[in-house]
Design a protein around this ligand. Sequence first.
Ligand code: MG
Ligand code: ZN
Length: 362
Amino acid sequence: MKKANWIFTLLLLSSLISGFSNPLTKAGKPVRNVILMIGDGMGTSEIYAGLTLNHGHLNLERMKNIGFSKTHSTSYVTDSGAGGTALATGHKTYNGAIGVDAAGNPVKTILEWAEEKGRATGLVVTCAVTHATPATFISHQASRNDYEIIAADFLKTDIDVFIGGGLNHFQKRKDGVDLTTKLRDKGYAIAHNLDEIKALKHGPVAGLLDTLHEPRWLDGRGDRLTESVHEAIRLLSMDKDGFFLMVEGSQIDWGGHANDINYIATEMVDFDKAIGEVLDFAEKNGETLVIVTADHETGGLSLNGGNLETGEIQAGFTLKDHTGVMVPVFSFGPYSEKFTGIQENTAIFYKMLDAFGFNTKK
Ligand code: MG
Ligand code: ZN
């Protein structure tokens, strides 16, 4: 056998062996579902703050494939508009951008790709559904501040499930238009609380649970995020073609801006509960890729002391804004090994497309 043939045979063998060694990954077979979970402002310190409050453990520890993401936008320190756009579209852009590249051109999002390829799609957040992170998946606007314009963009998609706050941006608008009527005309159920969502036999549903943002966990939000995720998965998994779902722990970031360690740690534990819900589904399902990452870190949080028994944390902060540090990328299920190592935030988009088996050439 010629040397070139030998190398080819070895490559073929090693790819077969690596394919067989992981029972979840049948080499080259696209995944059915992708669930992307974004902890806004969630660096390693925020994670460890949650772990401390939770007495030494988090569901995140169930995710064995771990990497890092370089979060910079066209600036060294990103905001959630550019950070979300990088994850949603694979483009580095300017801070404040929503689903547009650095030149302001609209760029197709992973949610739009999934929709075009016949997958069901969903967003579940604890802020307004029109806020920067969720907006980057369904909207293309020059500025994250145009909430009412972003709300109208939901009507341009066929998103199956969206749950969060933001009712005012749909109903109490400067132009006087009631977008919930338009959504109803398009076939959406409009739900104002979780019980209304639980009663639904199928989607599509606009779950607009609050006028603006959802309350803080500290102010009695309870298990709403985890329950919303449970309902979203129930409705989306009725589609035999699979689904894409983005879940955001939106307010870890707001605790960081407030330099409030109690706010950060409680939001982190709440987000982790939703991660547990998703992992339970993915474990049983076997065809679901789960990615948990952040858009950036917020607050320059350091943990100067603490107690894993009492959950006490002594926190230090360097600023009331975002920082430029790398953030972790946790992944689980088929294709999850592709998300290890140090990568650009934009690479996460392309790896999700690959996992779905979508052809980016057209
Ligand atoms: Mg956000
Ligand atoms: Zn922020």
